[in-house]
Design a protein around this ligand. Structure first.
Ligand code: NAP
Length: 406
């Protein structure tokens, strides 16, 4: 029971109720579909659509018309979405410009005599031949490359299961690593000379090519298992097959949760994997199984599917979820004394997605073939909702004018 003045109610409800219904209606018009690998965030959006779409348009229109704060809220939503779109386009513009400029410079260099570019990166085969291929231990030696937000989050659980974890990153995370029980290397050569059985790539999607090209493969064991956790899958799969030595095993994965949605354990959270290339030897098969078991034993819902299928299902749902979370974040929504269930959903979505880097969001946009179309669809859905509201306003006012005239 909450006793409050009608004025206070309307002020709070303009954000909690009106924004919730508006977002629910925009998403409904965007025609979201359930997938076999829904994240928690996406599930909550689907729930929101179901919750709000059942209500009549009259109800929604009532919230708009009879609450004096609603128009301001609608404008804020509009500005926030526009701002997010501008941010994405500005990044795109910068990246493409940089590429064009870089390409121009490269062409310029190639014009001169340049033969040594081809000599780079020939792995030392004889050194590789001497490396041991057997892995008798039940515990794995895992080297995390990219020890940012997500790398550290995974390390915590992997260490707790008794595996040996090493890490390397562009920035210095030695203090964090020490606290987590992880051996930190500031030199990637030193890390690789520890001969980890598994390399776990946790870098941002956009830096993958650069990071991959900088790894000294010749210092690793020939049987190394290469795993990634990128939120898109066909892109790293193709890169690995193209750049990694043929003897390396390749496992592409996507833990479909993060530090926020997985903070209370990983039970029932989806973990997607594709055994892209695993050698026939028992030790290799076992090692892959042991790696997967890190997630299975925490209760993850293990889903084996091809990278292409993953991208078909996830790229869309992830991008929509992050877009909704990000544009709502711009509104700085606050909890109110009268939060509805739907509004609580939005608040937790903002919390879930807001902590991820813009790099991550931008990659979901860049590496998803349909992202531009989805952004447009979201925009059109919003426009069409506003049109419905304003058309009604217009027709009511016209009718009133007409009646007064008569
Ligand atoms: P992110 O911003 O996607 O990646 C941050 C990591 O990338 C840091 O380790 C950072 O190293 C490294 N990095 C960025 N630019 C680099 C560059 N130019 N050269 C070398 N390293 C660079 O944030 P994240 O949340 O930690 O995600 C890491 C990976 O996990 C991503 O591929 C993401 O798709 C995937 N993933 C994330 C989540 C999630 O909930 N966050 C869930 C599933 C999968 P420094 O910190 O040393 O600079």
């Amino acid at each position: 029971m909450v006793e409050m003045s009608c004025e206070d109610h309307d002020r709070y409800a303009a954000s909690s109720q009106f924004i919730t219904h508006t977002v629910g209606r925009i998403l409904k018009e965007s025609m979201l579909e359930s997938t076999p690998i829904n994240t928690k965030g996406y599930e909550s959006l689907l729930g929101l659509v179901e919750n709000t779409a059942m209500d009549s348009f009259d109800l929604y229109y009532g919230l708009f018309m009879f609450n004096k704060n609603s128009l301001e809220m609608l404008e804020k939503l509009d500005l926030a979405f526009e701002d997010l779109r501008k941010q994405l386009i500005a990044w795109l513009h910068r990246v493409v410009r940089n590429q064009l400029i870089e390409n121009g410079e490269r062409l310029h260099q190639l014009d001169g005599s340049n033969s040594h570019a081809l000599h780079r990166r020939a792995p030392n085969e004889s050194a590789l031949l001497h490396s041991s291929q057997s892995d008798e231990n039940t515990k794995l030696k895992i080297a995390i490359v990219g020890f940012g937000n997500f790398g550290q989050f995974l390390a915590k659980t992997i260490v707790s299961q008794g595996h040996e974890v090493l890490a390397y990153s562009r920035s210095d995370y030695s203090d964090v690593a020490r606290k987590l029980g992880v051996l930190y290397f500031s030199d990637v050569d030193d890390l690789c000379e520890q001969h980890p059985g598994v390399i776990l790539l946790c870098t941002s999607i956009i830096s993958t090519v650069k990071v991959l090209k900088s790894l000294p493969f010749q210092r690793l064991k020939r049987s190394t298992l290469f795993v990634d956790v990128l939120s898109v899958k066909e892109f790293p799969r193709n890169l690995f097959l193209q750049h990694l030595p043929h003897d390396f095993d390749v496992l592409c994965t996507h833990p479909m949760f993060g530090p926020e949605s997985g903070k209370n354990g990983w039970k029932n959270l989806p973990f997607v994997y594709d055994k892209v290339r695993i050698g026939n030897e028992e030790s290799r098969i076992l090692r892959c199984y042991r790696f997967l078991d890190i997630f299975a034993s925490e209760g993850c819902r293990m889903v084996e599917m091809s990278c292409a299928e993953h991208d078909r299902h996830a790229a869309g749902s992830q991008f929509v979820t992050h877009t909704t979370g990000r544009f709502l974040e711009k509104l700085r929504l606050k909890t109110t004394p009268i939060n509805t269930k739907g509004y609580e959903t939005l608040l937790s979505l903002v919390k879930n997605t807001g902590r991820d880097s813009f790099d991550l969001y931008y990659s979901l946009f860049l590496y998803n073939l349909n992202a531009m179309e989805q952004l447009e669809r979201f925009d059109l859905a919003f426009e069409s909702l506003k049109k419905q509201l304003f058309n009604r306003l217009h027709s009511i006012y016209r009718k009133q004018l007409f009646e007064n005239e008569q």
